[in-house]
Design a protein around this ligand. Structure first.
Ligand code: ATP
Ligand code: MG
Length: 577
């Protein structure tokens, strides 16, 4: 490719709306252009990178025995109604109507479609197991599209679905995907950590996420997930799923009798603990959430934080948020109390579900809201002054230095970008959609399914997050748009141009992906662009060509060597195979 012809416009400045480095660099280096919120054009350089990632994914999926197909992007509502997700998927599902007023949606994922395909195509256990995958654009009307390709509304995903006869088969299919995923990310030049993750409210199901870890101390780091991990035994989990041994804390408030006392203006746990001169851990904190439109009161020890996904799962919910201030009037009416937030407790509340975190069970002579503003009940005990809620679950957010449940070592925390996940679905879709096969014994059984996603466009952005410096992108060789860029320092210098062109033609002949910067630009501009775009190797043909030497630069290390052109050729040819 000739730089003079390459469709790329590099910018001097970062785009004003970009927060994270991958977004900044991909726009500035001319890889992507925003079309509308969360929707990007993949320009020629970007498309080359995406195709490289896709091909790595394809090769490894095929090697793992999966078969590629392509399902439609627009899907009929009927299948979503069959699975039951039409009503619960929420606003991320982009719904539309065709000219006959039939309801449709843009595919955010394809479980329904693939289950319908299997239902029609697989009759007998003899056809199993099978794993089908596609690489395709998805659309999700994300509430907060941000960070460029990391969280878009339209993005490219590889989604695979496995069908098995039984759980044992699923375990095998899952393991095969786990291995394939490790290879895929390794080949993309990305170190990943496989962590346990939330799998929704489906009981007993298993899922893992592949995280690219980012430095949490980086300002504007792009990791949207907290990952807790143990350096001793290897336990690692997304914060939405992580568990830990509860730390030791004072759980007896030491009050000798139960009484309601004035605690003016103590709206927060901190204010209350300061006012009463007690540790936060002897306060029972009460918070009101809205889960799928229903109010829920959650109790947890005062020094701990509620993990919302865990709480939502405890109610098999799909959507959760903390109640808003303007909802308090309604909540008070429904549940029959009259107090402001900070003074609420479970006693006497009506028409509201109550759940307690495991941490509150052991509290003695503790402090709790009594549904009267500016007052608290002190010296409370379960079963005497307040009933312990029937519904008790682990809804606690793990904290750094909590003890690992597997080995007791202290847990650490870091931030990660989820680039892929694997998920044991079981019979969730096959049962709902009546997708069955005939087993050996002649019985009709639902498929045992797994699903496996990789964010292809997110992986590209994660690679930039991990591999860049102050000059620009540093692509791992395997996913770089081109392997090498040849830069003649002066296009006025005949010898330089001749050598550059010769090198270019030889590399082209050897099938090396090469750019020659044949523009009439100052050397500085050309070298800056080469660094910004992030091509792994650069051959600069300058004055030293008089002595038969060119400069060979490795982008990743910044190392430069002065060597004969033939030597440079040899290195590139070795590198690209
Ligand atoms: P997240 O928790 O980040 O929203 P998810 O659990 O919704 O991800 P899946 O539905 O499992 O993701 O999709 C599979 C993969 O697709 C994810 O692992 C991620 O790499 C990618 N992905 C999901 N949402 C987006 C998005 N909005 N933009 C880019 N990639 C995405
Ligand atoms: Mg999501």
């Amino acid at each position: 490719m000739r730089m003079s012809r390459l469709f790329v416009q590099t910018l001097r400045e970062y785009p004003a709306d970009a927060e994270v480095i991958s977004h900044k660099l991909l726009v500035r280096a001319g890889y992507i252009r925003k079309l509308t919120n969360g929707v990007y054009n993949y320009l020629p350089l970007m498309w080359r990178v995406l195709k490289k990632i896709e091909n790595i994914v394809r090769e490894e999926m095929d090697k793992a025995g999966a078969q590629e197909l392509l399902m439609p992007f627009v899907q009929p509502a009927e299948l979503w109604q069959e699975s039951g997700r039409w009503d619960v998927y929420g606003k991320e599902l982009m719904r539309l109507k065709d000219r006959h007023s039939r309801e449709m949606c843009l595919g955010p994922t394809h479980e329904e479609i693939i289950t319908a395909i299997a239902r029609e195509g697989i009759r007998s256990y003899k056809q199993l197991p099978v794993n089908l995958y596609q690489i395709q654009s998805k659309f999700r009307d994300e509430i907060r599209p941000r960070f460029g390709l990391l969280r878009g509304r339209e993005f490219i995903m590889k989604d695979a679905y496995s069908f098995d006869i039984d759980e044992e088969g699923l375990d095998k299919s899952y393991k095969i995907m786990e291995k394939a995923y490790k290879r895929i990310f390794e080949r993309c030049g990305l170190e990943t950590k496989m962590v346990q993750s939330d799998s929704g409210a489906i009981g007993g199901s298993v899922s893992h996420e592949f995280m690219v870890l980012v430095n949490e101390n980086d300002e504007n780091n792009a990791g949207e997930n907290d990952v807790f991990y143990c350096t001793k035994c290897g336990y690692s989990a997304n914060s939405n799923h992580a568990v830990s041994i509860l730390n030791e804390a004072v759980t007896d408030g030491g009050f000798t009798k139960a009484e309601i006392i004035d605690t003016p203006d103590t709206h927060s746990i901190e204010e209350l603990s300061n006012f009463l001169h007690i540790p936060q851990s002897v306060i029972c904190k009460a918070l009101i959430y809205v889960i799928d439109g229903n109010y829920v009161l959650a109790l947890i020890r005062g020094d701990k934080t509620v993990e919302e996904t865990k709480l939502m799962n405890a109610f098999a919910g799909n959507d959760i948020r903390i109640a808003r201030n303007d909802e308090m009037d309604e909540i008070m009416q429904i549940s029959g109390f009259n107090a402001v937030a900070g003074f609420i407790g479970p006693k006497g509340l009506k028409n509201i579900e109550i759940i307690a975190d495991e941490t509150v069970k052991d509290l003695k002579n503790f402090v709790i809201g009594c549904n009267q503003t500016d007052k608290h009940l002190i010296g409370a005990n379960w079963g005497v002054d307040v009933e312990l809620p029937e519904k008790i679950a682990d809804i606690r957010l793990v904290e750094e230095n909590d003890k690992c449940v597997d080995c007791g070592n202290k847990l650490k925390v870091t931030r990660g970008i989820e680039v892929g996940n694997i998920f044991k679905l079981g019979t969730k879709y096959s049962k709902a959609m009546n997708a069955t096969f005939t087993d050996k014994d002649g019985q009709e059984k639902p498929f045992i399914m797994g699903c496996y996603g990789i964010g292809v466009s997110r992986t590209a952005a994660a690679a930039v997050e991990r591999h860049h410096d102050e000059h620009g992108i540093i692509w791992p060789l395997s996913i770089a748009p081109y392997t090498v860029i040849i830069v003649p320092v002066s296009d006025q210098d005949e010898t330089q141009m001749k050598t550059a062109e010769e090198l270019y033609n030889k590399l082209l002949a050897a099938n090396v992906e090469v750019i020659i910067d044949d523009r009439s630009e100052r050397a500085g501009v050309k070298l800056k662009d080469a660094d910004l775009i992030g091509i792994p190797y650069r051959i600069t043909v300058g004055k030293t060509i008089k002595d038969g030497l060119v400069e060979f630069k490795t982008r990743a290390t910044g190392e430069t060597e002065t060597i004969p052109p033939d030597e440079a050729l040899k290195r590139i040819e070795i590198l690209s195979y």
